[in-house]
Ligand binder design. Structure first.
Ligand code: AMP
Length: 501
C-alpha cells in the first residue's frame, strides 16, 4: 500500500467531487474536483521541474487556493514541502535555501527584487496576480499518479519559529501527518456537515495541517480567508460550524462590542492553540457566546499532543488529555517521571512525533530520551486524571534567588487586576538574586504601578515570585501565531536592575 498521505486525500477528493472544498471571501469557489484537478496539474509542473521523491519544495507564498494545491502536489510528486513564513526577509530565506537545498523555490513575485541568489535552483512565482506557477499549471496536463512513498518517508520540513539561535527544520513523515489528522478527526468528532472557518496562515502546522487536514480528510468545506480580520470573520462565522484559531483571534473578537451569540449560532466548537489561552479569555468567551473554548496543545515537531475533550469538561488553563496514540509524561531534570501534581518537563512519544531535525543529528539526539520520548522544552503539570497544564517554556522559567518562578502562575494572578489588560512575566539579570522577576503589563486604563501589583499579590503569592518591577507597555510583542516573544522583552529590559544598582 502506498504510504503517501496524498493517496489518502486523493481517495477522499474522488468521492466528494462536486462538494465545495475552498470557499474564498471574494466569492471564489474550488470544489473537491477543482482541487484534485489543480493538484494534478501542479504535480505535472513539479515533476517536469525535476522534483523527484525526497526533493524539497520551498514555498514562501501568500494564502491562496493555489498554495493548498502546491502543498498537495508536492506530496503527490513524492516531494517534501517546506513552508516558510511570508514575513521572512531575503537574508533569512537565504539560510533556508542553503539548509533545505530545495529542488524548487516558489515565491511571491512581489518580493522578486529582494531575491538575488537562488543557487541555480528552479524558481516559480505565485502571487495574488498569478505568476509563473499559475501559467504553468494552466498549461499542464494533469498527472493523477501518486508517487510511492513509505509512511516513514518525509512529507514536510517545518522550520521552528526559533526564538533562540537558528531555526531548525523539523522532519515530519507521512505517518506523522496521517496519524495525527485521523486522531484529531475522531477526537473532535468531525461531521459530514461541518464547515471550517480558516483564517490561519498556511506556513505553520496549525493552519496547514491541523485545521486543513480535518476538513480535507472529511471532504467538507472550508471558508478560506486570506487572514484574520474581525469584520470578515464576523461575516462568515454564522455559516461555520468549527473555528480554529490562536488566542489572539478570540481576544480580538471579544474587543468588538458588536460581536455576540448571533454570530456563533451555527458553531459547534471553537478550538484554540499555538499559544496559551488565558482563563480570563476562556471565561469572557463563555459569557459572551455561551461556548467553552476547546484548548489543545501542539508544536511543529509533534503536531498535536493533547486536547481538551469534545464531550466532557473543558477546563480553563488546561490543555487536556494525551490524544489517542500519543503518550505524554512530566519528568524531572534527569528524565525521571514525576508524580501527578509536580511541575516538570513535558515529554511526548507516539505516532505524531517527528523524525528529528534536518541535518542536525546531535541536536536531535539531545532532544530525545533513550526510550523514544521527545523533550518538548515546555514545562507542565499533570493531574491525577491525566489532564495537562502548561506553565511555560523551560527557557522562560525564572530562577530568582535559587527559587523557580513559573511565569504563568504570576501572569494569571496579575491578569485578575482590572487595571491590567494582559501581562508577561520574565526574568532579567539581578545583582542579588541572579534573576529578578519583571512583569510587563498592558494597562487597561492608566499606568499600573509596582506597588499596586505587589499590594494585590500580597497573601496570594510568595514574595520571591512577586515582580520586583512592573513595566507598562502599549502592547506585548507577538509573533504571527500570537505567541508573546519573551526573548525580545528580556533583551529590552536586560539592564533594568543592573543600571539601578
Ligand atoms: P510552534 O512549534 O511554533 O507551533 O510552537 C510550539 C509551542 O507553542 C509549544 O512548544 C508551546 O510552548 C506553545 N503552545 C502551543 N499550544 C499551546 C497551548 N495551548 N498553551 C500554551 N502553549 C502552547
Amino acid at each position: 500500500m502506498n504510504g503517501n498521505f496524498a493517496a489518502d486525500l486523493q481517495a477522499v477528493f474522488a468521492t466528494h467531487g462536486s462538494r465545495p472544498a475552498l470557499r474564498m471571501a471574494d466569492g471564489g469557489l474550488w470544489t473537491y474536483s477543482d482541487l484534485a484537478e489543480q493538484t494534478a496539474r501542479l504535480t505535472r509542473v513539479l515533476v517536469e521541474a525535476g522534483v523527484a521523491p525526497g526533493d524539497r519544495v520551498l514555498a514562501q507564498v501568500g494564502k491562496m487556493p493555489e498554495a493548498v494545491a502546491l502543498y498537495l502536489a508536492t506530496l503527490q510528486a513524492g516531494g517534501v514541502y517546506v513552508p516558510l513564513n511570508s514575513a521572512y526577509t531575503a537574508a533569512e530565506v537565504a539560510h533556508f535555501l542553503a539548509d533545505a537545498e530545495p529542488r524548487l523555490f516558489v515565491r511571491d513575485p512581489a518580493s522578486l527584487d529582494s531575491a538575488d541568489e537562488h543557487g541555480g535552483r528552479g524558481v516559480l512565482t505565485l502571487g495574488s496576480d498569478g505568476g509563473s506557477l499559475v501559467q504553468a499549471m494552466d498549461a499542464a496536463e494533469p498527472c493523477h499518479d501518486v508517487a510511492e512513498r513509505d509512511g516513514d518517508d518525509l512529507a514536510a520540513l517545518v522550520y521552528t519559529s526559533g526564538t533562540t539561535g537558528r531555526s531548525k527544520g523539523a522532519m515530519l513523515t507521512h505517518d506523522n501527518i496521517r496519524s495525527n489528522a485521523e486522531a484529531l478527526r475522531r477526537y473532535w468528532g468531525w461531521r459530514d456537515d461541518d464547515v471550517l472557518l480558516h483564517a490561519l496562515p498556511l506556513f505553520h502546522v496549525h493552519g496547514l495541517f491541523i485545521a486543513l487536514h480535518c476538513a480535507l480528510l472529511g471532504g467538507t468545506p472550508t471558508i478560506f480567508l486570506p487572514r484574520f480580520d474581525v469584520r470578515t470573520v464576523k461575516q462568515h462565522l454564522p455559516e461555520s460550524t468549527v473555528m480554529m484559531g490562536v488566542p489572539t483571534f478570540y481576544t480580538r473578537l471579544l474587543q468588538d462590542a458588536d460581536f455576540n451569540r448571533g454570530h456563533c449560532r451555527g458553531v459547534r466548537v471553537f478550538i484554540s492553540g499555538s499559544a496559551p489561552l488565558t482563563e480570563a479569555t476562556f471565561d469572557a468567551w463563555q459569557v459572551r457566546t455561551g461556548h467553552r473554548i476547546l484548548e489543545r496543545y501542539g508544536m511543529s515537531e509533534t503536531i498535536i499532543n493533547t486536547s481538551n475533550p469534545l464531550h466532557g469538561e473543558r477546563v480553563a488553563g488546561s490543555v487536556g488529555f494525551a490524544l489517542p496514540g500519543v503518550e505524554v509524561r512530566v519528568t524531572g531534570e534527569g528524565g525521571e517521571p514525576l508524580p501527578a501534581g509536580e511541575v516538570g518537563g513535558i515529554e511526548v512519544r507516539g505516532e505524531n512525533v517527528f523524525k528529528g531535525y534536518w541535518r542536525q543529528p546531535e541536536k536531535t539526539a539531545e532532544e530525545f530520551r533513550p526510550d523514544g520520548y521527545f523533550i518538548t522544552g515546555d514545562l507542565g503539570v499533570m493531574d491525577a486524571e491525566g489532564r495537562l497544564s502548561i506553565v511555560g517554556r523551560a527557557r522562560d522559567l525564572v530562577i530568582s534567588g535559587g527559587y523557580n518562578v513559573y511565569p504563568k502562575e504570576v501572569e494569571s494572578l496579575i491578569d485578575e487586576l482590572d487595571a491590567v489588560a494582559e501581562s508577561a512575566v520574565i526574568g532579567v539579570s539581578h545583582p542579588d538574586f541572579g534573576e529578578g522577576v519583571v512583569a510587563v503589563v498592558v494597562p487597561s486604563d492608566g499606568p499600573v504601578s509596582t506597588d499596586q501589583v505587589t499590594a494585590f499579590l500580597k497573601g496570594r503569592l510568595a514574595r520571591f515570585k512577586q515582580p520586583k518591577q512592573v513595566v507598562n507597555v502599549e502592547a506585548l510583542p507577538r509573533n504571527s501565531m500570537g505567541k508573546v516573544q519573551k526573548n525580545r522583552l528580556r533583551e529590552e529590559y536586560e539592564g533594568l536592575f543592573s543600571s539601578a544598582s
